[in-house]
Design a protein around this ligand. Sequence first.
Ligand code: ATP
Ligand code: MG
Length: 504
Amino acid sequence: MSEAIAVKNITKVFPNVIANNRVNIAVNEGEIRAIVGENGAGKTTLMKILYGLYHPDSGSIHIKGVERKLSSPRDAISRGIGMVHQHFMLVPSFTIAQNIVLGVEPMKGLFVNEEKLVKSVKEVSARYGFDINVDKLAADASVGEQQRAEILKSLYRGAEILILDEPTAVLTDMETRELFVMLRRLVDKGKTILFISHKLREVLEISDFTTVMRNGQVVGTVKTSETDQHQLAEMMVGRETIGGRIRTTCYAKDTVLKVENLSVLDSRDLLAVDNINLDLCNGEILGVAGVDGNGQEEFIEAIMGLRPIINGKITIEGKEIQGLSTREIRESGIAYVPSDRYRSGIAIDAMVWENIITGEYYSKPYSKGLTLVMNKIITITKELVEKFQVSTPGVKVKTGNLSGGNIQRVIAARELGLENAKVVIASQPTRGIDIAGTEAIRQILIDYTSRGAGVLLLSADLDEVLALSDRIVVFYGGKISDAGYWDEGIRDRVGQLMTGGLGE
Ligand SMILES: Nc1ncnc2c1ncn2[C@@H]1O[C@H](COP(=O)(O)OP(=O)(O)OP(=O)(O)O)[C@@H](O)[C@H]1O
Ligand SMILES: [Mg+2]
C-alpha cells in the first residue's frame, strides 16, 4: 500500500493558542482515517492546513511522497485534495448541478454549456453511485442532499483525498448510514478519506485507523478494529468517562408548560404539526424523539414564537404565550437552545461576550438605562465561560475564531446561564460537543430540574434522549405519541413509534 498523504511536524500557532503542535500523521491510499479529539484539540485547524486555508508556521505536507506547498484551496484541489466543511457552502438559488460545477463550468463560447453541465455532473454522480437529483435548487435540498452535493463538488474537481469535518453531526441515523455506504464505495475506488467525528460509535464502524488528538498534539494512532469506545475516550480525555443512563431521580410535580390543540404549517405551507397536546411538568426531563422532518422542529419554533400557529393554545404556569414575540416568550421564563448554530444561534463576527449577552442586555444587571455596564458584563461572561468550559483565549475575541464545539458552548452558556428559567427547551444541545462538554451540559440540564424547571429535550441522538429523559414522546407525521416513562423496554417502544409502527 502506498502513502496518500502525510504531515510532518506541523505546528500552527494562533494568538495565545498552539492549535497544532508538531503533528505527524500518515495516511495510505484507500484508507478511511478517523481523527478524534475534544473540542479545540486542533482537528479542523489541521484539515484547513491540508486544504490550503491556513499556512503552518513550520512542518511539511507530503502528497504521494512528494513535499508540496499548499498556499490556497486552489493549490490543494490541484493536488487532489477536497474538503467538506463543518457547515455547507452551497449557493441556495443555484441548482445542485450548478453548485457542483461552480467556477469550472463547461463553456460553449462565452456561455455556460447547460446541457454538458448537467450531463457531466450526472456522469460523475453515476460513477460513484450517488443518489441525487441534480436539477433541484440547493435551497430545496435536504441536509443529506446538500452534503452529497458538496462531496460531488470535490469529486468533480478530481479529489483523491477527501476531508470530511464532522459530516454526520447534521445527519439523521438513516442519512448517516447512506453516507457510510457512499464512503465505502469511494475507498473501494481508491479514494482516501479523512473523517472527523465526535461520535465514537461511528468512528468504530467506518474507519480503518483512528488518530487521537489532544491539545494540538497527536496522542496516538490505533487500528480501529483493535480498539473500543473506552480506550478512545480515555486517550481523548486522559481519564475514564461515563456512558449510558445518568438520570436517577425525577422531580416531576405540576404542569409548567401546556400545549393544547396546536397546529402549525411548515415553510412550504403544509401541515407540519397536527393538533398536538403536550404537558411538561416542572422537575421533569421530557425527551422528544423522532426522525427529522416529522414536525418536532416546527413544534418548538411555534412555542418560541418563531413560526406562526394556525390553531392552539400554549401556556406557561397558566399564562398564555401564543402570539407573543420571541423576546416576550423568553422573558416569560423559557430558555431555548436552538439546534442550528449557524442560522439561529450565533453572530460569528461578534465577540464572545456579545454573543453571550445577546438577548439579555436590555435587562438588569447588564444595563443601567441605556448605558451598558461593561465591567459587570465582562465579569458575568467570564463566569459563564468558565462554567460551560468554553476554551477561548478571552471573552473579547471573535466568536468565529473558536473551534466548532466551543461556539456551540457559547450558545449553551447564553441560554442556560439563566438560572431562573421555568422551562428549558434544548434542541440538540450537545451536537458537536465533546465528551467532557456533553457531561457538563447534561448535568446543567439535570440541575435545572432539581431547581424546579421543566426540560424539553430534543435530540436526533436517541442515546442522548434515553440517557436523560424521565418520559419520552415521539413525533411521527406531525402527530405525537407517548412512549411512557423510562424503563428497560423504552428503546424498543420509541424505535417502533419513530417509524409509525405502534398504535393507529
Ligand atoms: N482563526 C483562528 N483564530 C484564532 N484561533 C483559532 C482560529 N482557528 C482555530 N483557533 C483555535 O485553535 C484551537 C483549535 O481549534 P480547532 O478548530 O482546530 O479545534 P477542533 O479540534 O476542530 O475542535 P471542535 O471539535 O470543537 O471542532 C482552538 O483553541 C481555537 O480557538
Ligand atoms: Mg472542528
